[in-house]
Ligand binder design. Sequence first.
Ligand code: PLP
Length: 441
Amino acid sequence: TDLDPADGVRALELDRAHVFHSWSAQGSLTPFVIAGAQGTEVWDFDGTRYLDFSSQLVNTNIGHGHPAVVEAIQRQAAVLPTVAPAHANLTRGEAAARILALAGSDFGKVFFTNGGADANENAIRLARLTTGRDKVLSTYRSYHGNTGAAIVSTGDWRRVPNEYARGHVHFFGPFAYRSEFWSDSPEQESERALHHLERVVQAEGPASIAAILLETVPGTAGVLVPPPGYLAGVRAIADRYGILLVLDEVMAGFGRTGDWFAWKNRDLNPEGIVPDLFTFAKGVNSGYVPAGGVVISESIAHEFDERVFPGGLTYSGHPLAMASIVATIDAMRDEGIIENAARIGRDLLAPGLARLAERHPIIGDVRGLGVFWALDLVTDRESREPVSPSVVGALKAGLLERGLLPFTADNRLHVVPPCTVSDAEVERALEIYDEAFSALS
Ligand code: PLP
């Protein structure tokens, strides 16, 4: 209501003059200015509204400005806005109890961090201390964060300029559409990827490997839904060699796949395997206050009953973050938000994106579940050659022009609205995608 376009100009000027941006050359940036947001919508200072089908960095699972979460943060700020991690705090205990109730009885404790990267750092630390081994195996197509150890666990290009820690080994996970294993079915992809992983374990020396670290559904790498039997197969390999299984649920957790955790989703994990540790951030409180953490199995938690845990963060269990976690989990449960994400995926996005692919040959593959989807864009369906960055740039511009804020990565469009997205918003987004793809050709 009281938006002033001059503030938009000033926001951009200040940003370009003073703000150093992530993952960018600073010279040629024109960041999209957001003035405010509510639910699935964001708006600029001109009052133009956009459907946020990026969920920012795939983190606003509960939508923007959820009143119960905002109010919980305000209430906590008035009572106790900060506290050292060593002190006990009621809100922190409430947050941990809620997360553990969702995780189930295999898990004993939660260690809170500031975000996803440091959650993975601490999961790796716990795995190394518990096993007395140092190597960590993770996949090339992954992202685990941007701090020292997490960035070298990362499989993609972001690792290379940061590769200074030791003990990180990469392998290829399954990806049927762009198989490294010449497989021609998801079952074969699963079997061959498991064979490859076991050979990597044997070649690295099983007694040196502390953990296998996996995104349950690799997200930024392209929503790589694991094929049948893969997660259970990795669990079996880990068990065979005394290796811990750490699942990174930073992007996939808290509703994204239509379940509280991706590893609890029966479509992804029908065998019901359980990790030793799993990490979370993003959707746990939709990023209203930075937060993340590690959920620790009962037995690993007991390892540290007598032994000192050599890790910590000034803001571990920050009260504003904890209040937002409690309110987020309660709202997600009471308002059926997880169920909404599952239904939207099954009834609207799965058929809607399949129809889109029928109409536009540039869409080579559609994969995902819940509110977690990727369209793999190709120059032709035979060769599956990825489209160039200029095509993705043109698509992005076309979507913005039509009122949709997209998420793109490499040659892909990720369809990742909040878990609270409505049927009408999905229908509108599908129309916008259709128009923008038509305008490309
Ligand atoms: N793990 C996964 C799967 C992620 O997608 C991300 C961020 O995108 C991270 C870890 C890192 O989280 P953060 O940026 O909060 O450190």
